[in-house]
Design a protein around this ligand. Sequence first.
Ligand code: IPD
Ligand code: CA
Ligand code: CA
Length: 263
Amino acid sequence: MARSALLNVMVDAVRKAARSLVRDFGEVENLQVSLKGPGDFVSAADRRAEDILRTELSRVRPGYGLLMEESGSIAGSDDQHRWIVDPLDGTTNFLHGIPIFAISVALERQGQLVAGVIYNPVMDELYVAERGGGAFLNDRRLRVANRREMHECVIGTGIPFVGRGDHHAYLKQQQAVMNETAGIRRCGSAALDLAWVAAGRFDGFWEQGLHPWDMAAAIVLIREAGGFVSDLSGGDKMFETQGISAGNETVHKKLLDILAKAK
Ligand code: IPD
Ligand code: CA
Ligand code: CA
């Protein structure tokens, strides 16, 4: 697959930051036993990866704005383009030595998401998509799963935790989804969970409480893999409402119906 110049730029930056993350991931296990614990170290790893991404992306596309989890919003001289970056999605996994985490980078042009790259460096799985160009995992074309019956479907989700989200409302949703599906999975990286929908591993996904950097790249991937993405009311306000639901056309619709009834 011949990648566009834009995707090459994104992939190069992501791979460079990934080398730093992988080095730091190797240290995490040693730190589990230290007195201070690995928390501060992981925050530093996160910032190191973000610095690399900011430096690389700004070097090749000077002027583009940035929205990054750690540094927030950085305006550029070019107000038509904005990178949306999560340098480490799956921080809790990383901290616990669980090898499910990723870097996620998306490009927004005139308010539209046009390209996305998500990389899990431990599994060496690189997901790339550009609007109109299809979605790929390590150069293999992706297509969402085509199951239509909910009782056959595996659905990914994000579960709120201490200090985050409405636990009561979430449990109602989970109960409703588990009653009708083949199983629910919580892997701990929304970017990868959504990439797995694009890859047909998960039939659907929903989560409330996400930020643009958790989902931007994955939205491009899912759409390019023929899937449907919306907020939890079926609209396109994923960033504003912080809610997202995805799947093939049928599963996406059925999942939204189940969630609506669970209110
Ligand atoms: C988190 C992960 C997780 C999701 C959380 C996110 P972080 O991102 O994507 O799967 O459930 O809502 O905050 O903090 O690891 O970058
Ligand atoms: Ca995240
Ligand atoms: Ca993060």
